[in-house]
Ligand binder design. Structure first.
Ligand SMILES: [Zn+2]
Ligand SMILES: [Zn+2]
Length: 247
């Protein structure tokens, strides 16, 4: 299996020390043809995005891309899902300036209306609850989010938010939303991979690298791909081309 892309890389623009020029050089070293930066979004504690940061990052990516003979750098953002209504923390007017939109659950998000924290963020983020009703509500929240916003990637599904795989994957498959094979958290997706395959979803590779040396490294994900026999032509970053939704 030849890995050609990594679509979840953190940089100095959130909680990593990796500079954009290093993302280009390490990706090239690993033989990647494409990568996407995917830094934390607007309501992440301390490390959140700002319009200025996104603009500066985009300019650096553009400069790197103009050099040629390098992997192509795309800009995504790791949006936070905020509540059971599936709202996210990226202003809608910014969608068109991003190459991709990724979405995941994170517990370190700044306060919104009290309901976010108590019901959604706190219970999912801090109790590891197996409550079937919570699972149902989480599933509905992700479905609302991908129906409402042009999300391209569902990051680390199952990590701190338990979901019902079938309805979520059926919806993702019908909308063309990729299910991420996340190197850091693949274990939460693994029990759902058979269902994901049955639903016909597209997958995408994401190292979730917070250090330069982790870019393009997919040891755990590679094992899961072999174990669950995921066809290479179903995986962006292996043999499937990237197709993003209209922003
Ligand atoms: Zn994440
Ligand atoms: Zn991440």
């Amino acid at each position: 299996m030849k890995i050609t892309g990594d679509y979840h890389i953190h940089t100095v623009y959130s909680d990593s020390k990796t500079k954009i020029e290093q993302v280009f050089s390490v990706s090239a070293l690993r033989g990647l043809t494409d990568f996407a930066t995917c830094d934390h979004s607007f309501r992440s504690y301390f490390v959140g995005a700002t319009r200025e940061k996104l603009k500066a990052q985009k300019a650096e990516l553009k400069a790197g891309n103009s050099k040629g003979e390098q992997p192509k750098g795309l800009q995504s953002i790791e949006a936070n899902i905020l509540n059971f209504d599936g709202e996210i923390d990226v202003p809608c007017d910014l969608f068109s300036s991003l190459d991709m939109l990724s979405l995941g659950f994170h517990r370190f998000v700044t306060k919104g209306d009290g309901r976010d924290r108590k019901q959604f963020i706190l219970k999912n983020g801090w109790t590891n609850s197996d409550d079937p009703e919570l699972k149902r509500l989480n599933t509905a929240a992700f479905i609302k989010a991908i129906e409402k916003y042009p999300v391209d990637v569902l990051c680390h599904i199952g990590h701190r938010t338990k979901v019902e795989p079938k309805p979520l994957f059926e919806c993702a498959a019908s909308l063309g939303v990729h299910v991420e094979l996340n190197e850091k958290h693949i274990e939460t997706l693994e029990p759902m991979l058979d269902v994901a395959l049955q639903c016909g979803v597209k997958f995408i590779l994401g190292s979730d690298a917070h250090k330069a040396e982790k870019i393009g490294v997919f040891d755990r994900v590679s094992k899961a791909i072999e174990k669950y026999k995921i066809p290479y032509d179903k995986i962006v970053g292996v043999d499937l081309g990237l197709n993003v939704r209209k922003k």
